[in-house]
Write a protein that binds this ligand. Structure first.
Ligand SMILES: Cc1cc2nc3c(=O)[nH]c(=O)nc-3n(C[C@H](O)[C@H](O)[C@H](O)COP(=O)(O)OP(=O)(O)OC[C@H]3O[C@@H](n4cnc5c(N)ncnc54)[C@H](O)[C@@H]3O)c2cc1C
Length: 473
């Protein structure tokens, strides 16, 4: 049986970044799907390419983990900066989320006037800047060294943010903006849904600041689809595509790994499966109990994919905010990402569009097969109709192909019903899973462990994991 040092299970953002940082002939990365990247992959259907989920690339800037990791592995991605990060449209009112604070503020005051807008948004931006300048960002458990580093991080947080750390998002909105209109509240919550997967009522001020500030950073479009990043990241990694890990069993100093194609003995295992889906690999009751202790976080996505036969001049990203909830979803807004006109791969013979919104996995599980298909169609048609209402340059006849994905679809391809990871809410801040586990040689990576979802959050978690691995491999 092949003996290896590290087995990485899954090629999502987390699995791929940690593999690239530790690549050598004794590391193998297993991916069950034919595409790399999980929620951030790009796939082919009807001869056209589509981004499966993630479309915005944020955090590729100095002092940020993604840049440090890419520089470390010598990867230079093919990116285009989106000068307008997102255009939001609510009842035909348009607001551009742009990096320049003063221009953004001027526009904001026209659409959502409030005498304290400047104080509110500047405070959020300041908090965000301070966060990314923290020197001791760390969260891990189960050893003296890990607890010590985590405690140093908490001490730094307290020193830098003081009482702001204990403020809730809603309390801060009330204190600074006062009683705001339903439209303004809906705009704030819709923006938060994109980044922290929940609304202001559940989160601390710090999460709101990070969530609302991301358009103040460089936001990039990835040429060739988000999935193309993984070809670059994994260039030097031994990747086993379409090889699913089925069972993992601790055997003396090794983990015995049974895949759909072979067997391996690995000293260390890094799971990029979600913490909610990892207990099934193990027979060991203690490991099962550990993974079962994380209660399922029912945050998921509904995604519509469109291929057009035209290439109109449009921005990369829009958010449409409606006055009613989308059927079978938990949000009244959807996020529209369009391929760049000059993208050689995604825009071949017409734009490729990914439209996503938020839904609960359990609401799809309750349907019979017939109901499921009917409800899926209903939700997709609703979103397409609202999309067309807000995009004059596109008509129904321009849509060559349309299809959609529920949480069940995501589970079929990438083994996860929860899509969107863990947001740091007031309730779960303490119980957030860490990258290390109580079991020697067993680690977690990805958006269900610290520091949460998306490129910036996962990359931060990868840096912590890399420090935990240091000296143990
Ligand atoms: C609709 C949507 C839109 C989003 N938009 C953005 C965005 O614009 N920008 C952004 O930064 N983030 C965005 N996100 C969030 C981001 O995509 C995710 O947080 C991130 O991609 C998750 O990465 P991960 O490391 O947790 O791995 P995952 O994406 O969960 O990938 C895990 C991988 O492991 C594989 N795997 C699982 N089990 C096994 C097994 N047993 N054997 C082998 N392989 C296995 C899966 O097939 C998968 O490829 C979006 C998410 C969604 C769902």
């Amino acid at each position: 049986m092949k003996k290896i040092n590290i087995a990485v299970v899954g090629s999502g953002i987390g699995g791929s970044l940690i593999s690239a940082l530790n690549s050598n002939e004794s590391l193998k990365l297993f991916e069950r799907d034919m595409n790399l990247g999980g929620c951030a992959s790009t796939f082919k259907r009807y001869g056209a390419f589509f981004n499966a989920g993630a479309t915005t690339f944020v955090g590729y800037e100095d002092n940020h983990p993604i840049k440090r990791i890419f520089d470390d592995i010598g990867f230079n991605p093919d990116l285009l900066k989106s000068n307008i990060a997102i255009r939001t449209i609510q009842n035909k009112k348009v607001l551009d989320r742009i990096q320049d604070f003063d221009v953004f503020l001027e526009e904001l005051n026209k659409v959502y006037p409030n005498k304290n807008n400047e104080k509110f948004w500047r405070t959020l931006k300041d908090i965000d800047e301070k966060f990314w300048n923290l020197k001791k960002l760390y969260f891990a458990k189960y050893s003296m060294k890990s607890y010590f580093r985590t405690a140093s991080f908490i001490y730094e947080l307290l020193k830098v943010f003081k009482f702001d750390l204990f403020k809730s998002a809603t309390g801060f909105i009330e204190d600074i903006l006062g009683d705001i209109s339903e439209e303004y509240q809906s705009f704030i919550d819709a923006q938060l849904f994109i980044t922290v997967q929940t609304t202001s009522k559940d989160i601390p001020l710090l999460s709101m600041a990070l969530g609302l500030s991301y358009p103040f950073h460089d936001v990039f479009y990835v040429y060739g689809g988000m999935g193309s990043l993984f070809d670059g990241i994994l260039e030097d990694v031994d990747v086993h595509k379409k090889e699913e890990v089925l069972k993992i069993k601790k055997q003396d100093d090794y983990y015995h790994i049974q895949t759909s194609k072979d067997e391996y003995l690995a000293k260390n295992v890094i799971l990029n499966s979600t913490v909610f889906d990892s207990s099934k690999f193990f027979e060991d009751k203690k490991i099962q109990d550990y993974y079962n202790s994380f209660s399922f976080n029912d945050q998921s996505a509904f995604v519509v994919y469109l291929k057009l036969d035209i290439e109109p001049e449009l921005l990369h990203h829009y958010q449409v905010i409606l006055n009613e909830k989308i059927p079978n979803c938990i949000s009244n807004s959807f996020f529209v990402s369009l391929s760049d006109k000059n993208d050689y791969k995604l825009s071949k013979k017409g734009l490729s569009i990914t439209i996503s919104t938020h839904a609960k996995a359990n609401s799809w599980k309750q349907y019979s097969k017939d109901e499921y298909e009917k409800e899926k169609e209903k939700t997709m048609n609703f979103i397409i109709e609202e999309f067309l209402n807000n995009f004059d340059k596109i008509s129904k006849d321009n849509i060559k192909y349309s299809f959609c994905a529920t949480s069940t679809t995501f589970n079929n391809y990438i083994n996860r019903f929860n899509c969107g990871g863990n947001s740091i809410t007031i309730k779960n801040a303490i119980n957030l899973p860490s990258c290390n586990t109580p079991f020697e040689g067993l680690y977690n990576v990805g958006d269900t462990v610290f520091a949460g979802q998306g490129w910036p959050g996962i990359a931060l978690g990868v840096e912590v994991l890399n420090k935990e691995l240091n000296g143990k491999l």
